[in-house]
Write a new protein. Structure first.
Length: 141
């Protein structure tokens, strides 16, 4: 599961912009990772400038994004660079192209500490995983 938390100024995104931003993030994982769409969770958290500081100064035009990768990890340096580059392109229309300062990072959480609807997720590339992709929901296996 990728869990994205997007900290942003109040009013930075309309409901439609949040929907598109979330759809773009989800598309990355379904396209490149063959993950079920329901694995991708995006949380938008409005933060007032008097509670959002960059370098000790309040910021009313900053977005801070934290992505937790749980379903898939990689140690391959080239894959990590490509992932960062692709995500930077996906983020730009929602952040820097709109004049918002943006910081982004990914944490990798151990997959064996993850549960969906009371079930451990099936192994990647397994038949059960493919069923979860097709059904777009957790299914007993």
């Amino acid at each position: 599961m990728p869990l994205w938390t997007i900290y942003h100024p109040p009013g930075a995104y309309t409901p439609q912009q949040k929907q598109q931003f979330s759809a773009d993030i989800t598309g990355f994982y379904t396209r490149y990772g063959n993950l079920p769409a329901f694995y991708v969770v995006t949380v938008f958290q409005e933060i007032d400038a008097d509670s959002f500081y960059i370098g000790g100064e309040p910021s009313a035009a900053s977005v801070r994004i934290k992505a937790d990768h749980i379903a898939v990890h990689t140690d391959d340096p080239d894959t990590r660079v490509r992932t960062r580059q692709i995500l930077a392109r996906i983020l730009a229309p929602h952040t820097t192209d709109r004049g918002l300062y943006c910081e982004f990072h990914i944490d990798e959480t151990p997959r064996d500490l993850w549960v969906l609807d009371g079930m451990a997720p099936p192994p990647l590339k397994s038949e059960a995983h493919q069923l979860w992709v097709q059904e777009n929901r957790p299914v007993p296996y």
